[in-house]
Design a protein. Structure first.
Length: 230
């Protein structure tokens, strides 16, 4: 999925549509960069394994040095790309759910200020709240659904990512305790955190296992909006 076609004269306000499109392009670009960096990291990691097999006494070890230097840079870029992808993907999902909900409930368009605020990186609590909205119940079933239980499948997938974000908050708490950080110390405090500020280089990536499914949901939201409009 990319981004659906919308009638410019439809119920979406111009600023809502522009923001949705811009965030979609932003997180797709970051997603591709992250996935490329992951592939490069895997390749260099395997090369590092090969380098370890060459540890017998040698006069020249430039291969091993090159692999190590490249892997260090790629590892840092992979994490940076992941956090950029998270920032825009999470914002795209939160904005998408807000627009979806207001279209489904035939409410007035969001204000420009409101849209601008939703385009910022959401806190983990805000993301969790957006994932808790019963999106599957707001979207009409397709005339030719892929199969029975499509609505249940949608609800299950969204609930799974919501639970995963809850797990991310637990990891943020664990990291803070391990590093003896003053904040956060409670789940409510963790909910106010931005992931980009609570995923230090020395820790295991807190986005592992969550970022990929989050991509898919963020791509779905505009299509759900389009289905409601149609």
């Amino acid at each position: 999925m990319r981004f659906p076609q919308f009638d410019e004269r439809g119920p979406l306000a111009a600023h809502e549509l522009e923001a949705l499109r811009s965030l979609n392009a932003a997180f797709l670009t970051a997603r591709y960069e992250w996935q490329t960096a992951c592939t490069m990291w895997d390749r260099l990691y395997n090369a590092g394994d090969s380098a370890e097999l060459r540890r017998a006494p040698m006069t020249f070890s430039f291969y091993e040095e090159a692999v190590g230097q490249l892997a260090s840079g790629v590892g840092a870029y992979e994490r940076r790309a992941a956090l950029v992808a998270w920032r825009y993907t999470a914002a795209a999902l939160v904005l998408g759910v807000a627009v979806l909900r207001r279209v489904a409930e035939t409410e007035a368009p969001l204000t420009v200020t409101g849209v601008e605020e939703l385009c910022q990186e959401p806190t983990l609590g805000q993301l969790h709240e957006a994932l808790s909205v019963p999106v599957a119940d707001l979207v009409p079933e397709r005339l030719h659904a892929a199969g029975p239980g499509e609505r249940e499948d949608t609800a299950r997938r969204w609930a799974k990512v919501r639970d995963d974000v809850d797990g991310v908050m637990d990891l943020v708490l664990e990291w803070a305790a391990d590093e003896d950080e003053a904040h956060p110390r409670t789940k409510d405090e963790a909910a106010t955190c931005l992931l980009s500020q609570h995923c230090p280089p020395q820790s295991d990536p807190t986005y592992d296992g969550v970022l990929e499914p989050l991509f898919r949901l963020a791509e779905e939201a505009p299509y759900f909006i389009s289905r409601i409009i149609k």
